[in-house]
Design a protein around this ligand. Structure first.
Ligand SMILES: [Zn+2]
Length: 310
């Protein structure tokens, strides 16, 4: 089961008890329906449980309603269930009761905060989705048009939730991208179990990111060591190509040979391998002297070359 299905399953179990909340829930879905009341379909869902529950709630208002399984419109392996009020007279009654001809939202249905929660819960069940938080934080509601998007934006804002809006395929989409906002919204809807799961995933993700960052950091340090060692070895090879090892000061010779043969050793490892043990900074100091000697040799050779050319 996807995270979205889990959230919806949890939300489906919450049944508003008070009449005003039950009306607000029905109102949200009827109002945001793409086709209703002109056409018989109120909405379609892959969630049979939600379709049945919604049909029951409509039936409690005296409406004859049916849920069909539309097997022609399979989404993956799941059939889509349209909730249908086929009788035109009943559609007109519902439309009048819920004042669906009033543009925007009719305030009495979304005045109390309990009703706003019931409204959003049902609207999210019918027209919303949430992405698996393992992948990304994203929750959205298809708001149909910009008027509804704006009104829902304001309703949510009053509850401390700030949706963002975008357009997709001619529909206005309300969405949340921040995990805290998604948590707040789902908590407001009553999906506390899902919120706990989301928080767990977030903690795991943070730990994983931290581990990755540390590993990256270590890799970067390792690269630094390797590249420093590489250039030290290059200097030493340069010296050996043009001069004998005895050209170097006596106390540098052993270290130079050790370095050129072991590019992968860290300073600390070098310091323990040398016959007269040195501190790490002692090794560093001597390697710097070797680098200076190589630089001097390069300069001298360049100068000589210049002289011969003249
Ligand atoms: Zn209420």
């Amino acid at each position: 089961m996807s995270f979205c299905q889990e959230v919806k399953k949890e939300l489906c179990r919450i049944e508003p008890k008070k009449l005003h909340c039950r009306e607000a829930a029905l109102y949200g879905v009827l109002r945001l329906s793409r086709t209703f009341p002109q056409e018989e379909i109120v909405f379609k869902t892959e969630n049979k449980f939600f379709a049945d529950r919604f049909a029951q709630e409509l039936a409690a208002f005296g409406t004859f309603v049916e849920v069909r399984s539309d097997l022609r419109r399979l989404k993956g392996d799941t059939p889509v269930y349209p909730v249908i009020v086929s009788d035109e007279y009943q559609r007109r009654l519902l439309s009048r009761h819920f004042m669906l001809d009033v543009s925007g939202f009719h305030p009495p249905f979304v005045e109390r905060s309990c009703c706003v929660a019931a409204f959003f819960r049902e609207v999210f069940l019918a027209f919303g989705s949430v992405t698996n938080p393992e992948k990304e934080y994203h929750l959205e509601i298809n708001a149909l048009n910009s008027l509804f998007a704006e009104e829902m934006y304001l309703l949510a804002q009053n509850m401390g939730i700030r949706f963002k809006t975008t357009k997709r395929k001619g529909s206005e989409i309300l969405y949340l991208k921040e995990s805290e906002q998604i948590e707040d919204f789902l908590t407001f809807l009553g999906a506390t179990k899902s919120v706990l799961k989301l928080m767990d995933i977030k903690v795991m993700k943070d730990v994983r990111n931290k581990v990755n960052r540390t590993t990256n950091c270590e890799t970067a340090n390792l690269k630094k060591t390797v590249s420093a060692a590489g250039s030290q070895a290059q200097d030493i090879r340069f010296i050996l190509e043009h001069r004998d090892i005895t050209w170097l000061d006596e106390d540098l010779r052993e270290l130079a040979l050790l370095r050129v043969e072991n590019e992968d050793l860290s300073l600390r490892e070098l310091s323990t391998r040398i016959s007269v043990p040195l501190s790490r900074s002692g090794v560093n100091h001597r390697l710097r002297r070797i680098a200076e000697a190589a630089a001097k040799l390069r300069e001298d050779l360049d100068a000589q070359k210049g002289e011969t050319e003249v």
